[in-house]
Ligand binder design. Structure first.
Ligand code: TYM
Length: 348
């Protein structure tokens, strides 16, 4: 079965959008618009999987949802071309997730490292939604029968699970799928797109830890809304080692902090890491850091300013969401009707 090429991805509205979200995901979203039809979602249903203290309650959720859309727009996503919306406005995501809850196995979900990390030691107290997070993520992607999914490295395992769910659904319902005239597979096995020098941006305080929204130290990450002074200060204070930068990538292997900063520079400049080392290798770290400050301020400053301007115009953001949700719902409805026929649900 040949599927139409379609890109889908999402970001959670859990606040503190940072450089990792930008370089690992949002920058890729912008570039992919040139080649594919794209659907970009703010996954507000997923935000609820964490304790209320993490996502901040109803007012904060609405603000954070608008802020993610503002980041999409400020980074260069065109809402007339790509579909932008928030997940809760298209009920088919939750509906398909239920079917997938019945396809996925407990053992599969129990192996997910994100669940283990987020639930921590107190698993009994984690929400059921946190455990089934990946089945909703699979539904997000497959309700559009999307074929390509740009994400950071940390989402690779969830994409593998999405493929397992699609495969098991195709196998379990093979007869029904063939009877519907949908060929030998109803769902595609979506490809993760995880490429480039910044698929895993690390904390500025500890090069062995991922840059994350939940790190208690604000100095561990560059937030997309940070102003020029904050960006400069955080880069200047970023942990490094006393050695000068190496001239070859091999020399970064045992130096996680240096490796991270070189990766960030390469991604922001849209150039490979060896080219960055050819320019700065052998020189003082302080020289490299000054160049990184200039580059980061030049690239991120205008995005942060535009985000703030857009967030202040809630009516505009909400109109983008409503229009995107209407376009998304038309597509999701088609898939869901077929899924109901395949499974044997009687429908109107
Ligand atoms: P979220 O909001 O946690 O992350 C959004 C995107 O940012 C990437 N990312 C990073 N990339 C590089 N370095 C980092 N330090 C870093 N931190 C985060 C994530 O990999 C992600 O691409 N589960 C998804 C949300 C989601 C989704 C989907 C994605 C829900 N349904 C369907 C794709 C398709 C997530 O991690 O969101």
């Amino acid at each position: 079965m040949k599927f139409n090429e379609l890109v889908f991805s999402g970001v959670q509205p859990t606040g503190n959008l940072h450089l990792g979200n930008y370089l690992g995901a949002i920058v890729k979203f912008v570039a992919l618009q040139q080649r594919y039809s794209c659907i970009y979602c703010v996954v507000d249903l997923h935000a609820l999987t964490q304790p209320l203290s993490v996502w901040g309650g109803p007012k904060q959720l609405a603000h954070n949802t608008r802020e993610v859309i503002a980041a999409y727009l400020a980074a260069g996503i065109n809402p007339k071309q790509s579909i932008l919306f928030n997940q809760s406005q298209v009920h088919q995501h939750a509906e398909l997730a239920w079917v997938f809850n019945c396809v996925a196995r407990m053992g599969w979900l129990g192996r997910m490292t994100q669940f283990k990390d987020k639930a921590g030691k107190d698993r009994e107290n984690a929400s059921v939604g946190l455990f089934t997070y990946p089945t909703l993520m699979a539904a997000d992607i497959l309700v559009y029968r999307a074929t390509h999914v740009p994400v950071g490295e940390d989402q690779k395992q969830h994409l593998e699970l999405t493929r397992d769910i699609a495969q098991k659904f195709n196998n379990d319902f093979a007869e029904s799928i063939a009877a519907l005239g949908a060929g030998d597979a109803f769902f595609p096995l979506p490809e993760p797109l995880i490429q480039g020098p910044a698929t895993r941006v690390m904390s500025l305080r500890d090069g062995t830890k991922k840059m994350s929204k939940s790190d208690p130290s604000d100095y561990s990450r560059i937030n997309l809304t940070d102003d020029a002074d904050a960006i400069a200060q955080k880069i200047r204070k970023a942990k490094t080692d006393p050695e000068p930068l190496p001239s070859e990538e091999k020399g970064l292997e045992t130096r996680p902090e240096a490796d991270n900063l070189v990766g960030i520079y390469a991604a922001l400049a849209n150039t490979p890491k060896p080219a960055v080392l050819a320019q700065f290798g052998g020189g003082q770290f302080s020289t490299f850091k000054s160049a990184l400050v200039d580059l980061a301020v030049a690239k991120l400053g205008p995005i942060g300013a535009e985000m703030k301007r857009l967030v202040a115009d809630a009516a505009y953001i909400d109109s983008v969401l409503a229009e995107g949700a209407a376009r998304a719902a038309l597509l999701a409805d088609q898939t869901m009707k077929s899924v109901k026929d395949i499974v044997g649900f009687i429908r109107r």
